[in-house]
Design a protein around this ligand. Structure first.
Ligand code: BGC
Length: 722
């Protein structure tokens, strides 16, 4: 391959494919979103067309995280890969392991947890399941993409210890344990540098420290300066097809500013993965139907194993002969997934009304089951939630029903925590999360006790949004992570903040009793007994509680192990965990163990272990200051959005209005998630991203920019490319 070919290989061919060079033995990679099913677009260049090829819609990560079950995630990955094979796709764009820093992040439903250990382990399970079929997985969004607001321009400002202990750990665990073929860099900046231009992240940490051997691709249109991104180790620009930055790359090579080796290296990484994944697509002997039936079963099981019983005063499980009323719009149209790039066109959707027999009559029913939660438009990729509230109409329905019939149960669908001012009025709450296409069947099996609920919350539910540590700082372009390592339960338990439901919370139809844990060397064992009258799974979690470490503040507890066991009534089993250095370590320009006695807490009971620890001088890390300017007329660049510029020029304003009109016509309602996503990806995104996405020609973007800067003659020249 010539150097030109290699440069071309570092840009995708279109929205979903890499380029192929058959004469040189470089096949293409066809990729599909991810993460909770396969979203294969019909058209290679259509970014978010509403309809993709039908596929099994598994529960989203917010839900599967509550399973605390690595094997289940592996099963889901395996099933997704089988569908990828059926669709002749070589790579799945997932999982997403960003940490839930704040419950309002619009994309939290696609992520696992506020805890990096849990997120990393579950992601590793999913990746193993996908890749054992020789389909590649792409872990994303690397890193610190914890808000949707101005996601292509925001700067996540955080100290090094917080970066390492909270925001990189999930990636580190998953990458080391499951070796994904690709990593997707995120849109945002981290401490002033775009992730896609961040050598420390993409090369020093990812490759040199963690041993990553696949290739790095940009998130869609996330590249700012293509030369810098290649130098930093971002191998592939996606989507491709516009030649964005190609001239600059060629010129930089000519001027000797970009080494040919950097290009060869990136091209070689892409080529290697493409060859590794070259299919071998074994012709499917049947019509593939069995696979989809199996996948649907996996989706149902995942929803069942992940649902969290939040409240039950004994009304559940329902007796087979009680007369139930099915209330709320979500009985007919449950919310089962989120909007944006992860949206699946479900193969076989089963709503609660499809499988439950019930009336609509509150007075005649023994038990009223209300299906409520967060509608589609409340949380989606590309924008954050405004607050933690459910729609007032849902709250009114719950309160009014409960006032008439005290036997009221709420089945809750939401991709993130909600405030629950109504909870005292109802007898039970079953939280389904976003349970995927088989959610209806799972609800039935759980309500009637055919399956015993065993999900545990993978994130804390506060009483109010104001209890969240990042509540004040969240939602601005310069995202200052001032709460540091005190994210989620690390904050609430260390600072004694009362919460509605803690991390790890979830009820069962049976009860379990724990013995004291026993520590022997690096092994921790604990006996758990089912003391109730029905069989069930119990998630056993091991937390490590550090000693006081002088000047170094540490969370009072951190999850360092979990496992799930199945127990029949009266049965006892032993759960086992392994402690590693990282179970005790903190980041001090390297991992060190502070000396002292650590408690090992399992099921509320404790053992202890003494660690001699390492000698080190405590480092006081600082959060870097924001570096971005406020744009002013005359200084706008392609990093500003047309929305930012429209008030400077009637021409830019007319351009924006025209595009808004076209989008409204295409996506309907201007408050629909699809419209909002396109608006954010096109008009609110930096203009460079519009060029990359093929939404505007480079000359038009440059001309608009000059208009906004008040340089009309320049604008003409730019438009005419003179
Ligand atoms: C999302 C990615 C996704 C990609 C392709 C981006 O907007 O952030 O998660 O994989 O689009 O659809």
């Amino acid at each position: 391959m010539t150097l030109r070919d290699k440069i071309k290989l570092t840009e995708g061919k279109n929205c979903w494919e890499t380029r192929e060079y058959p004469d040189d033995g470089v096949p293409k990679i066809f990729m599909c979103d991810g993460p909770h099913g396969l979203r294969k677009q019909d058209f290679t260049n259509q970014l978010f067309s509403s309809e993709s090829v039908k596929a099994t819609c598994f529960p989203t990560a917010v839900t599967t995280a509550s399973s605390f079950d690595v094997n289940l995630l592996e099963e889901i990955g395996d099933a997704i890969a089988k569908e990828a094979i059926d669709q002749k796709s070589q790579m799945v764009l997932g999982p997403g392991v960003n940490i839930k820093r704040n419950p309002l992040c619009g994309r939290n439903f696609e992520y696992f947890s506020e805890d990096p250990y849990l997120a990393g382990k579950l992601a590793a399970g999913l990746i193993k399941g996908i890749q054992k079929n020789n389909i590649g997985a792409c872990i994303k969004h690397f890193a610190c993409n914890n808000q949707e607001y101005k996601r292509m321009a925001s700067d996540s400002l955080l100290d090094e210890r917080t970066l390492r202990e909270i925001y990189l750990t999930a990636f580190e665990i998953a990458i080391k344990e499951s070796k994904p073929k690709a990593v997707m860099s995120s849109y945002n900046k981290i401490n002033g540098d775009y992730s896609s231009e961040n050598k420390k992240l993409l090369t020093d940490i990812l490759r040199d420290e963690w041993g990553f051997e696949g290739f790095v691709m940009s998130d869609w249109s996330a590249i700012n300066d293509r030369v810098k991104s290649i130098q930093a180790g971002c191998d592939l620009l996606m989507p491709g097809g516009t030649g964005y930055g190609e001239k600059e790359v060629i010129n930089a090579v000519k001027r000797g500013e970009l080494s040919k080796n950097d290009i060869r290296r990136s091209a070689a990484r892409i080529a290697k993965v493409a060859r590794d994944l070259e299919v071998k697509f074994t012709p499917v002997e049947s019509d593939g139907i069995e696979d989809y039936i199996h996948s649907h079963d996996v989706a149902r099981k995942a929803a069942e194993q992940s649902a969290v019983l939040l409240k039950n005063d004994g009304i559940l499980p329902l007796k087979a002969n009680v007369k139930i009323a099915l209330l709320g719009e979500m009985a007919d149209n449950m919310r089962y997934q989120g909007s944006g790039s992860s949206r699946i066109n479900p193969m076989h959707l089963v709503n609660p009304v499809d499988v439950l027999d019930g009336c609509k009559d509150i007075e005649a029913a023994d038990v009223c089951v209300i299906f409520a939660g967060l509608p589609d438009a409340y949380e989606a990729e590309s924008y954050d939630r405004a607050d933690m509230k459910m729609p007032q109409s849902h709250i009114d329905l719950i309160n009014e029903t409960a006032a008439k019939n005290p036997n009221t149960v709420v089945v809750l669908f939401a991709g993130s925590p909600v405030e629950m001012p109504w909870i005292d009025n109802v007898k039970a709450v079953l939280y389904m999360g976003l349970p995927g296409e088989a959610g209806g069947e799972a609800v039935k099996n759980l309500l009637y006790g055919y399956v015993n609920p065993c999900g545990k919350l993978a994130e804390t539910w506060t009483y109010n949004y104001s209890d969240v540590p990042s509540a004040e700082s969240f939602g601005s372009r310069d995202a200052v992570y001032s709460e540091g390592i005190f994210v989620g339960y690390r904050y609430y338990s260390s600072k004694n903040v009362a919460v509605r439901f803690p991390f790890g919370y979830g009820l069962s139809y049976t009860t379990f009793e724990y013995d004291k844990p026993v520590v022997s060397g690096d092994k921790v064992t604990v006996k758990v007994k089912n003391t109730g009258s029905v069989s069930g799974y119990e998630t056993v979690m091991m937390f490590v509680e550090p000693p006081e470490s002088g000047e170094i503040e540490r969370p009072v507890r951190e999850l360092k192990g979990f496992t799930k066991i199945y127990l029949k009534p009266g049965e006892t089993k032993t759960a086992e965990f392994t402690l590693t250095d990282r179970s005790f370590a903190i980041w001090q320009d390297g991992w060190v163990i502070p000396k002292g006695t650590y408690n090992i807490e399992v099921g509320g009971k404790k053992a202890f272990i003494f660690k001699q620890g390492d000698e080190f001088t405590p480092i006081k890390y600082e959060i870097p200051k924001p570096s971005m300017r406020l744009a002013v007329k005359g200084e706008y660049t392609l990093n500003d959005s047309v929305m930012d510029l429209m008030h400077e020029s009637k021409i830019v304003e007319a351009f924006v209005k025209k595009r808004e009109k076209e989008m409204a016509e295409k996506y309907g309602n201007t408050t629909s998630p699809e419209y909002m996503l396109m608006h954010e990806s096109v008009l609110s995104a930096p203009m460079r991203a519009m060029i990359m996405a093929g939404q505007v020609k480079e000359k038009v973007a440059n001309a608009l920019l000059e208009c906004a800067n008040g340089k009309m003659t320049e604008a003409f020249f730019k438009y005419l490319e003179l």
